[in-house]
Write a protein that binds this ligand. Structure first.
Ligand code: COA
Length: 159
């Protein structure tokens, strides 16, 4: 639990929100795995209806974000990240739960996600109730050309 943590949702393209997310993105993702998005990719997905970006901050300083895209009654968690100095204090879990409750409040019945098999975030998703669906061999290509399997997870919010 981080005192003073604020979670703000953005549903329209917003260059300040994209800048806040990029501040975290550039620090949170290990370049070895090639998982980080560019500002252009993030701004592009924000133009799609049903997409929302939640920024976590303390005293207006961004420390994490979650990006979700929904289509009809399904949604996908596209990205979740917390700035390394702020990790292990519940911000990732708060962003995930906030994304799930936003989805529920919109009548969305399931959330899907893909995560690198070796990512410690797998424990976070399992604790939140996500269930393993399948493995995609070699789904991510790292900067060094090495391939990494992805695991697909899903939570049924009607259960
Ligand atoms: C995954 C990530 C968002 C977690 O953020 P966080 O704020 O540190 O997570 P929390 O403190 O809320 O931890 C929640 C749970 O995640 C798991 N977890 C997080 N970091 C962990 C670690 N280093 N080792 C083991 N488990 C870990 C634990 O199950 C933890 O629950 P617990 O505190 O009850 O043990 C963060 O590590 C991150 O930004 N990673 C890089 C980006 C990334 O890979 N995102 C996921 C794929 S898009």
């Amino acid at each position: 639990m981080i005192p003073g943590l604020s979670l703000v949702r953005h549903e329209q393209p917003d260059r300040h929100a994209v800048a806040d997310a990029m501040h975290v993105m550039d620090r949170a993702f290990d370049p070895v795995y090639g998982e980080a998005w560019t500002a252009g990719q993030l701004a592009g997905v924000m133009t799609m209806p049903g997409t929302w970006l939640t920024i976590a901050s303390v005293d207006a300083a961004p420390l994490g974000f979650a990006l979700v895209r929904s289509v009809l009654d399904e949604c996908e968690l596209l990205l979740l990240a917390v700035d390394p100095p702020w990790r292990g204090r519940g911000a990732g879990r708060d962003l995930l739960h906030h994304s799930l409750s936003t989805a529920r409040s919109r009548g969305i019945t399931s959330m899907n996600l893909e995560v690198r098999a070796s990512n410690l975030a797998v424990a976070l998703y399992e604790k939140a109730g996500f269930e393993y669906v399948h493995r995609r061999p070699g789904y991510y290509r790292g900067k060094d050309g090495q391939l990494h399997d992805a695991l697909s997870f899903r939570i049924d919010m009607l259960l």
